[in-house]
Design a protein around this ligand. Structure first.
Ligand SMILES: CSC[C@H]1O[C@H](OP(=O)(O)O)[C@H](O)[C@@H]1O
Ligand SMILES: Nc1ncnc2[nH]cnc12
Length: 290
């Protein structure tokens, strides 16, 4: 069996992975610019791990500034077939207590400034996105979270806001009335681009606060978020390590063929530069068609 290559995108508070063997730092240029930082690759048991801190080491990039396309394209260049995102989120439900883990299965887009498709410039494509995360990778990380001793909520809707400000109280109350479970600023463009790149994607969301809707809790602040992250970062790393041991049991899914019927454009009409830029993602389909 081919060696599994797992990508890990570390969010707020997760800027490195421990216990990797044969560690290398890989700096990439992609047709979509430079990723957030160098990728750190290494072995975790039999599994190759490719780690990228989403906001860069030192947390230098706003959610709106993260080069999502370059980050996902770089993962593809490194042979990653599954991406585990680790993210801090606000809880929008009483029962999701700060310190709990949520494995979202839906997203709701409230972003306004993100470049979040590889298509365009003469090639039109439409992926299916009704179920935006990989069900079998989600199952693996759910089991991994359980094994790591976390209190874990299976499924839930992650509303992705533009930020960088946290929500107003009116927004928070409206989002709650929509029935969302958690709130964050980063995961939706990643999930979309991972699907376009035919990479499985799932999220380990660490609830860090009750945003600003809860009458009995302080409004979210960076200070409070950091405190909960510090208390739980070891557990988040343990979940990733457990997921690596379980990845061999992952069930089949459709993520690897997401582009099979997605492209509308006549291959003969795709500009050469666009074709070249998307060769890694689309090349094999275009050859079949032309
Ligand atoms: C530090 S609180 C707000 C910040 O935390 C989350 O980041 P990430 O998803 O990278 O863990 C949230 O999306 C915001 O970017
Ligand atoms: N309340 C919140 N809103 C948006 N992003 C967050 N990340 C962590 N807590 C958050």
């Amino acid at each position: 069996m081919a060696q599994a290559v797992i990508g890990v995108i570390g969010g707020s508070g997760l800027y490195e992975m421990e216990n990797l063997q044969q560690v290398e730092e890989v700096r990439l240029q992609t047709p979509f610019g430079e990723p957030s930082d160098a990728y750190i690759t290494g072995m975790l048991g039999d599994v190759k791990l490719v780690f990228l801190p989403r906001h860069g080491r030192g947390h230098r990039l706003l959610p709106s500034e993260v080069p999502y396309r370059a980050n996902i394209y770089g993962m593809k260049m490194l042979g990653v077939e599954q991406i585990i995102s680790v993210s801090a989120v606000g809880s929008m439900k009483e029962e999701i207590v700060p310190g709990h883990i949520v494995i979202p299965d839906q997203f709701f887009d409230r972003t306004t400034k993100r470049a979040s498709t590889f298509f365009g410039d003469g090639v039109v494509g439409h992926i299916q996105f009704a179920d935006p995360v990989c069900p079998s990778l989600s199952e693996i990380i759910h089991d991994a979270a359980h094994k790591a001793g976390a209190t874990v909520h299976n499924g839930g809707t992650y509303i992705c806001i533009e930020g960088p400000n946290f929500s107003t109280r009116a927004e928070s109350l409206v989002f709650r009335s929509w029935g969302v479970d958690v709130i964050g600023m980063t995961n939706l463009p990643e999930a979309r681009l991972a699907r376009e790149a035919e990479i499985c994607y799932a999220t380990v969301a660490l609830a860090t606060d009750y945003d600003c809707w809860h009458q009995d809790h302080d409004d979210v602040s960076v200070e409070a978020v950091i405190e909960v992250i510090h208390q739980n970062v070891a557990m988040a790393k343990k979940i990733v390590a457990e997921a690596a041991t379980l990845i061999g049991e992952k069930k089949a899914c459709g993520c690897g063929e997401a582009l099979k019927y997605a492209v509308m454009t006549d291959p003969g009409q795709i500009p050469a530069a666009t074709r070249q830029r998307l060769d890694l993602l689309l090349g094999h389909y275009l050859e079949e068609k032309s």
